[in-house]
Design a binder for this molecule. Structure first.
Ligand code: F0G
Length: 459
C-alpha cells in the first residue's frame, strides 16, 4: 500500500475552541451588526477569516523570540533578518515595518503622486486603498481567465501583457512609477503568477523605464506552484525558484503575517539604493528607526526563522495539500469554487451559489453570515462590500467575482476541521433555494469599509 502523506510536524501545544449553539450565534451575529469582523474570537469555532498573523509558530521560532536583541539601533536581530532576505531575494536594502500595509504606506509615500497609474494583478484592498488615498489609480491587468472560476488555467494570477501594454500606450511613462505584482494573487483566489509571466512583465517594465515591485505576502506559495506546474522547475528547490522570481523585481513589500509565519510584521526590500533612501525618511516618521521599523527585536528573530521554514518544500506541500483537501470536498458536494485551488484559501463563488440573490443584496456577505450561523465558521466576503465605492462617482463597485474566502491559517487546523467547514457549506447548499433575500448596508466608512460596515438582513 502507498504510504499516505502526513504533515512534517507534530503538535506541542494546543488552544481549546468550542462549538456554540445556533441560538448563541444568532444573538452574537445580530449584536455584531452582521459584520463578521465584529465577532469576538471565542464566538467562533473555526476561524477562516484570514491566514494573516493567525499561523502557528514552530518551536524554533519561539526559541528565537527568547534571543531577540531589543537594541534601538543596530540590533543583531535586524542583521539576522537582513541576511535571510538577501539570501532569498538577492535584495541588498531593506526596511522593517509593522505589517504589510505599513510597508505600502511607506513605499507609496516615497514614490506615488496624485494622478499616477499603478498597474497590477487585482491589487489587494489595502494596496488599492493606499493608491487611491493618494489620488492615484490602481489599474487591474489580471488575465481574463482569472475571472472564469471553472477555468483550470494553472497561473490565473498572471498579468495580461496586452492590457499592461495599453496602460503604457495611454499614459506617459512618468505617470507609471511602478507595476505591482501580487504573489500569489489573493483577490482572485490565491492564484499564482508563472515565472514566464514575471519575466515578461519585468522586461516590459524595463523597456518603459519603470520598476516592478512584488507584493510578496505569499511568495513561497507562489514558488511552490511554479515548481509543481511550470515546465523546467520540477528539479529546482523552492529557494532557487524564489531567488529567480525576485530577480524579476526591483523590490518588494511584504506582509510577514502570511509567508513569514509570524503574528505581526512586514518589510520593504529594494534592489537599488535610491528608493530605499527616499523611503527611509518615511519609515523613520511612520514606523520607527531603520533597524526596527515597528518590530520588536524578538519578532524580527522569529520572522528570520519563519522565512527559512516557509521555503521548505515539505512544509509547503502540507500547506497547499490541506487547502486542496478542502477544495476537493467542496467539489465533491457540487459547491461552485474558484479552480484550480489556491495557495492559502478556497474561494466560493457566491453569485453562483446564491443565484437568486441580486448583486445589490451582496450574496457573498449573505453566504458568509449563513456559514457562521450553520457551524460557527468565520469566513470573509471578497466581493462588492470589500470593493468599496468608486472614489469619484461614489457608486458601489461590483467586482467581476463575488466570493466568500475560506482562508486557512498555517499549521493550525486539522483536516477534521476542514470536514466540518465542508459539511456546513454543503448543508447550506442543499437549502440554498430558501435563501431568497440578501443584506443591505446601514452604515459604512468611505474607504476599506468592509472592516467596520454595519449590515441588516433583508427578509
Ligand atoms: N498584500 C496582500 C496580498 C495581502 O493579502 C495583505 C493582507 C496585505 C498586502 C496587507 O498586509 O495585513 O500585513 O497589513 N491580507 C490579509 C488578508 C489582511 O486577510 O488577506 P497586512
Amino acid at each position: 500500500m502507498k504510504i499516505p502523506y502526513a504533515e512534517p510536524f507534530k503538535t506541542k501545544m494546543i488552544e481549546n475552541i468550542r462549538l456554540s449553539t445556533k441560538d448563541e450565534r444568532q444573538s452574537w451575529i445580530q449584536k455584531a451588526k452582521y459584520n463578521l469582523f465584529n465577532l469576538h474570537s471565542d464566538q467562533v469555532f473555526i476561524d477562516l477569516l484570514t491566514d494573516s498573523g493567525t499561523g502557528a509558530m514552530s518551536d524554533r521560532q519561539w526559541g528565537a523570540l527568547m534571543t531577540g536583541d531589543e537594541s534601538y539601533a543596530g540590533s543583531s536581530s535586524f542583521f539576522k533578518l537582513k541576511e535571510i532576505i538577501k539570501e532569498l531575494t538577492g535584495f541588498d536594502y531593506f526596511l522593517p515595518t509593522h505589517q504589510g500595509r505599513a510597508a505600502e504606506n511607506v513605499l507609496f509615500s516615497a514614490i506615488i503622486k496624485e494622478g499616477d497609474m499603478i498597474p497590477g494583478n487585482a491589487h489587494f484592498d489595502t494596496t488599492k486603498g493606499h493608491i487611491e488615498f493618494r489620488k492615484a489609480h490602481a489599474i487591474d491587468c489580471t488575465e481574463k481567465k482569472a475571472y472564469d472560476t471553472e477555468s483550470l488555467e494553472p497561473f490565473k494570477g498572471n498579468l495580461d501583457l496586452e492590457l499592461l501594454k495599453n496602460v503604457f500606450k495611454e499614459n506617459s511613462p512618468e505617470k507609471i512609477p511602478v507595476i505591482i505584482v501580487t504573489l500569489t494573487c489573493n483577490t482572485i483566489g490565491g492564484q499564482p503568477v508563472s515565472m514566464n509571466n514575471l519575466k515578461k512583465v519585468y522586461h516590459l517594465a524595463k523597456k518603459h523605464n519603470t520598476r516592478v515591485f512584488f507584493d510578496s505576502a505569499r511568495f513561497a506559495e507562489n514558488a511552490y506552484f511554479i515548481k509543481e506546474r511550470e515546465e523546467g522547475y520540477q528539479n529546482k528547490t523552492i529557494k532557487e525558484i524564489v531567488k529567480e522570481m525576485f530577480s524579476y523585481a526591483d523590490g518588494m513589500t511584504m506582509s510577514s503575517k502570511k509567508d513569514g509565519i509570524v503574528n505581526i510584521g512586514g518589510f520593504i526590500a529594494f534592489k537599488e539604493k535610491d528608493w530605499f533612501e527616499k523611503a527611509t525618511v518615511f519609515n523613520i516618521m511612520f514606523e520607527g528607526f531603520i533597524t526596527y521599523g515597528g518590530m520588536a527585536g524578538r519578532d524580527m528573530n522569529a520572522l528570520a526563522q519563519g522565512l527559512y521554514e516557509v521555503t521548505e518544500y515539505d512544509y509547503l506541500k502540507s500547506r497547499i495539500s490541506q487547502v486542496a483537501y478542502l477544495g476537493e470536498k467542496l467539489k465533491e458536494y457540487g459547491i461552485p469554487i474558484q479552480k484550480p485551488y489556491g495557495g492559502h484559501a478556497i474561494f466560493v463563488n457566491a453569485s453562483k451559489f446564491l443565484k437568486q440573490i441580486p448583486k445589490e443584496e451582496f450574496p457573498a456577505q449573505t453566504l458568509a453570515i449563513e456559514l457562521y450561523l450553520e457551524a460557527g465558521v468565520r469566513a470573509v466576503e471578497i466581493g462588492a462590500i470589500m470593493a468599496d465605492r468608486d472614489p469619484e462617482t461614489k457608486e458601489n463597485r461590483y467586482p467581476k467575482l463575488e466570493m466568500v474566502r475560506l482562508a486557512i491559517p498555517r499549521r493550525v487546523y486539522s483536516n477534521n476541521h476542514m470536514d466540518v467547514v465542508a459539511a456546513a457549506l454543503s448543508n447550506i447548499y442543499e437549502r440554498r433555494e430558501k435563501l431568497t433575500r440578501g443584506v443591505s448596508i446601514i452604515k459604512e466608512a468611505p474607504i476599506l469599509r468592509h472592516f467596520t460596515v454595519e449590515i441588516k438582513r433583508l427578509h
